[in-house]
Design a binder for this molecule. Structure first.
Ligand code: NI
Length: 224
């Protein structure tokens, strides 16, 4: 069975790697409690869900240092190109087969942080696994549809509340998605989004068929 490595930086910043290709998501480093800088991160592809500072973060600097390809909505991809990065523009509902696997851009209900844009999430295939990163979003009913379209192995869901859905709505999201595993993210970065991931895990595992993996910031785990 192929395993993939998941490294949780903190907030919504994390990587998935199959040993050949490293995918980096929403690399918010400067201001992140983990205290990393762009030089600490290696990546081949960088996904950006929206342009708020705690998601776009250090993406352009990391992209240039690694010659990584940025994958995002058209507005952010074009902005990345004007900053000297390589980028692949997609938009909501679109899929594209990259060398590592197919990517689908999903809606997210949140500000885009860029003129004319739309926040998004991603469904990514890597080493035979299907990964859904919801981005910053409220709960929305079409998560049911995403669960019908894709057999999700890992759903990364925000649980911080205030700016995104909170733990109770994320339990409903897990139910809608039918994901094999849920990884809570976007919490306890700052006091305003402080949450107890163990309480979320207990409720989600009692009310859904998903297993919840609570992963400490700064740690790496093998997933199968
Ligand atoms: Ni945001």
């Amino acid at each position: 069975m192929t395993t993939i490595q998941f490294h949780y930086i903190h907030h919504s910043a994390f990587t998935f790697s199959d040993g050949k290709t490293t995918l980096l998501f929403d690399p918010y480093l400067e201001g992140n409690p983990e205290g990393l800088t762009a030089g600490d991160i290696k990546a081949d592809y960088i996904f950006i869900s929206h342009a708020h500072g705690d998601h776009l973060g250090d993406a352009y600097e990391i992209a240039k240092r690694n010659d990584a390809l940025i994958i995002s909505t058209a507005e952010i991809a074009h902005d990345a190109e004007t900053h000297g990065c390589r980028a692949h523009a997609m938009h909501l509902g679109g899929t594209f087969a990259f060398p590592f696997g197919r990517v689908r851009i999903t809606p997210a209900f949140h500000g885009s942080g860029i003129a004319g844009g739309h926040a998004c999430g991603f469904i990514v295939r890597l080493a035979g696994k299907v990964i859904y990163f919801a981005g910053d979003t409220s709960l929305f009913g079409d998560m049911k549809l995403l669960g019908e379209l894709e057999k999700i192995d890992y759903a990364l869901l925000p649980i911080g509340d205030n700016f995104t859905m909170g733990p109770d709505d994320a339990v409903i999201a897990a139910k809608f998605l039918g994901a094999r595993n849920v990884i809570p993210i976007h919490y306890s970065t700052w006091p305003i989004i402080a949450q107890d991931p163990q309480a979320f895990k207990a409720k989600a595992e009692a009310e859904t068929a998903s297993k919840v993996l609570t992963i400490a910031p700064g740690s790496t785990v093998e997933l199968d």
